[in-house]
Design a protein around this ligand. Structure first.
Ligand code: AMP
Ligand code: MN
Ligand code: MN
Length: 327
């Protein structure tokens, strides 16, 4: 595996060195890892004299507005026609890029296509795939890639990549955090990334409506046979005046429960139900998410189920109970 990864790193370096005009795509429902990784890579590519733009076909989280070059992120396609490199970061399948992935067969065939990702469920959809499930964040992988490219990690790039690492490890608290994660974070901090400011912006910067929404969600928390779940409906969001992404932290509060096998959050959207899953010990929620067309990591996964709230809850909770009962 290590050999293959270094081969792929070499192949990725060759692809990038041959390119002149790149786009870096971040996944929908964007988080600090996908945006920090995409911006850090784009800034690195620009340092090498290449044109590079970041695209993300979704609403951007306001609390990440401190990220360097955040204001330049394009939230709508189409991708420029003369692009010769497409890099897709922090997602295991092409549908995670939303409307940007329409016609993706086209852009992956036309331009060199590179995927940098750390999800176990990665489908290796690009020409070159840098996939490392032992990385706590895609930001770790971008750090290695920029190193291989000879990019100087300046304070702006360091800020992007440290944000990626801090957010995907929930502030270095996840089991995915390794000595390598901490070593990279230490180097990024030394290169000028303001760790305390990043933590402040991400975790201590919440609108009043966010905590009121969390309160409504926690009020509905239920637990049965080691599985705890709750929901956020459109009506609950409207009641407190919260936007959809303000429900993002609820699943982490739920994951702090003791003596549960798994936790599930069901969020209503006009198109269907967004499901977030977390587990504490051995239970693999990425397999549960995959069963419903989603994916993720063993301890953090998600999927999207068209239709109504009750049907999605029934299906997922029943499947969770079956898997949890299996030896
Ligand atoms: P979330 O619960 O949205 O924070 O997502 C947890 C993990 O599952 C993240 O690593 C996501 O990349 C992954 N994930 C969430 N939703 C989906 C989906 N619809 N398809 C594939 N992976 C997903
Ligand atoms: Mn992500
Ligand atoms: Mn990630």
């Amino acid at each position: 595996l290590a050999r293959q990864q270094s081969d792929n790193l070499d192949a990725a370096v060759v692809l990038i060195k041959a390119s002149h005009k790149a786009v870096v795509l971040a996944h929908i429902n964007p988080d600090g890892d996908t945006l920090g990784s995409a911006l850090g890579l784009a800034l690195g590519l620009r340092q090498l004299g290449k044109e590079a733009e970041v695209f993300c076909a979704d609403t951007l989280p306001e609390n990440l507005a401190f990220l360097p070059a955040y204001g330049e992120i394009r939230t709508q396609g189409p991708l420029p026609p003369d692009v010769d490199l497409v890099v897709l970061v922090d997602a295991s399948d092409i549908s995670r890029f939303g409307t940007l992935s329409q016609g993706s067969e086209g852009f992956c065939a036309r331009a060199a296509c590179l995927n940098v990702d750390h999800h176990t469920t990665n489908g290796r959809f690009a020409a070159v795939n840098l996939v490392d499930p032992t990385a706590a964040a895609t930001g770790e992988q971008i750090f290695a890639l920029l190193g291989a490219l000879g990019v100087d990690i300046d304070p702006a790039i360091a800020t992007c990549l440290l944000t990626a690492v801090v957010t995907d490890t929930r502030g270095f608290r996840t089991a995915s955090t390794t000595p390598r994660t901490l070593a990279i974070a230490a180097q990024l901090h030394a290169k000028g990334a303001p760790l305390a400011d990043i933590v402040q912006s991400v975790y201590y910067n919440r609108p009043f409506t966010t905590l009121r929404l969390w309160g409504l969600a926690l009020e509905r928390l239920r637990c049965r046979d080691g599985v705890a779940w709750t929901e956020i409906t459109l009506a609950m969001q409207a009641q407190v005046g919260a936007t959809p992404s303000e429900g993002d932290g609820v699943i982490d509060l739920m994951a702090s429960l003791r003596q549960v096998t798994a936790v599930a959050l069901f969020r209503e959207t006009p198109e269907g139900i967004k499901v977030s899953l977390r587990s504490t010990d051995g239970f693999d929620v990425s397999a549960v998410a995959a069963r419903f067309g989603g994916g993720g990591h063993p301890r953090a996964a998600g999927c999207f189920i068209p239709g109504g709230l009750a049907a999605a809850e029934d299906k997922v909770l029943q499947y969770l109970a079956e898997r949890a009962a299996a030896p």
